[in-house]
Design a protein around this ligand. Structure first.
Ligand code: EPS
Length: 413
């Protein structure tokens, strides 16, 4: 199974991520990881830090001559302001903060974190709660995505709502990621995008922030990732946890999640039909988001994540209390983004890729990429044959049209 850990504070020396459980022999370069990190910095409405933060990365371990070794992969991403601004304030050496933050921002981790960890300075909380940490996740996601690509699985995301503006029209398909990324808001609907830009500019003028919704799509996922057999193995539950763990995400929807709750049962599901020519079951709709009973159905996986407007405002108006004096005041001002929804889409792709790669390695195992690929190809073939099989149920499931028994050798043969 694939697991990962991140460490690092937003204005500390660096972020570090360790990814364990990748098979050996996966081709990956620092440039590929860097280009995923660059995608995360895209997006109209991001703050000034994104213009100079270059995410300089160093592969510390686990990759040799462009291939994974099967050992933990460790990646370091430097914070480019560290040397210039933060060596004192964020020093690991004994000392004290020169400017403790005592006006916690409503909606941020500040106050609950100060109370929970017994801190006087909100910086001790916000440095780690900051979405800067997602850069480390995206490095891990680049590895997961590379693995999934070898198995024919492609993940992409697009912004479907920004503030009050909702996108309409077609979904991006496989291979459309570049087109999505070419849009300044990572939105696939140009008319909606123009309105979204206007909404961001208006919020910016007011020193305010905007949230929104992204849709993550996973193409080529085989049937049967996740399981109905236990609550903590359900793929939708795993995706929900992973997406809700992204900073500022407050809602997750699988398929048409909240909308189907309004409909009758006859209009809430994806009818199953048989395509005799292709020899497959087909669902014309994606209301279930490609997951039924906690398992992938083999159809397109659709998940949406809703991000609240950022709690840091360029013109603070949110009421709070100074934790030192208990005087009522407004939350402290920080340099910030008007919106980070397009970047959150890249992080949502990352979390989806990490969940799917974990499920793939759990189901198919394999110490090398070749072994994993063979296991996946064998399973896909087994599903294909079993799907086409017409059986005599009364005779105990004997195949009627199927003479390919050698595809399922008897145990021990
Ligand atoms: C963030 C605040 C801003 C963002 C940061 C997340 O940072 P700063 O306060 O240093 O300007 O730029 O995001 C990143 C640095 C990043 O790489 O995504 C926050 O409070 O969450």
């Amino acid at each position: 199974m694939l697991r990962f850990l991140t460490a690092g504070e937003s204005h500390g020396r660096a972020l570090v991520v360790v990814v364990e459980g990748l098979p050996a022999g996966l081709p990956i370069t620092a440039e590929e990881i860097a280009s995923e990190l660059a995608r995360r910095r895209l997006g109209f409405g991001r703050g000034p830090r994104m213009r100079f933060e270059q995410d300089e990365l160093v592969i510390l371990a686990g990759i040799r001559h462009g291939l994974t070794l099967g050992s933990p992969v460790a990646v370091e991403i430097a914070n480019s302001e560290w040397e210039r601004k933060w060596t004192e304030e964020m020093s690991p050496a004994p000392g004290r903060a020169t400017q403790p933050l005592t006006r916690p921002r409503p909606g941020h981790a500040d106050l609950a974190g100060m109370q929970k960890y017994d801190f006087v300075d909100a910086r001790n909380v916000l440095e780690r709660a900051s979405a800067r940490e997602t850069a480390a996740r995206v490095a891990a996601g680049a590895l997961a995505k590379a693995l999934l690509r070898h198995l024919g699985i492609e993940i992409l995301s697009h912004v479907i709502q920004l503030g009050p503006v909702t996108a309409q029209g077609a979904r991006p398909g496989p291979g459309d990621l570049e087109r999505v990324d070419a849009s300044p808001l990572r939105c696939f609907d140009p008319a909606a995008e123009a309105e979204m830009i206007a909404a961001i500019e208006a919020a910016q003028r007011d020193g305010d922030s905007l949230g929104g919704v992204v849709e993550v799509l996973a193409y080529g996922v085989p049937v049967g990732l996740g399981s109905h057999v236990h609550w903590d193995r359900k793929l939708d539950g795993l995706l929900g946890q992973a997406l809700l763990s992204i900073q500022a995400v407050k809602g997750v929807e699988i398929g048409e999640g909240f909308d189907v709750a309004r409909r009758r049962g006859s209009e809430a599901h994806d009818a199953i039909t048989w395509d005799g020519e292709a020899g497959t079951y087909v669902r014309q709709t994606t209301r279930a988001g490609g997951i039924e009973g906690g398992m992938s159905t083999g159809e397109l996986i659709v998940a949406r994540a809703a991000m609240k407007p950022l709690a840091t405002l360029n013109r603070p108006t949110l009421q709070t209390v100074d934790t030192a004096t208990k005087a009522e005041t407004v939350s402290f001002k920080e340099r910030t983004d008007v919106t980070a929804v397009p970047a959150m889409g890249v992080v949502a792709e990352t979390m989806t890729a990490l969940v799917l790669a974990n499920e793939v390695t759990r189901k198919f195992g394999g110490d090398s990429l070749g072994e994993l690929e063979r296991n996946v190809a064998g399973y896909r073939e087994q599903v294909r044959l079993a799907t086409e099989r017409v059986v005599d149920v009364a005779a105990g499931g004997e195949p009627l049209n199927w003479d390919e028994r050698e595809a399922f050798p008897e145990p021990g043969s």
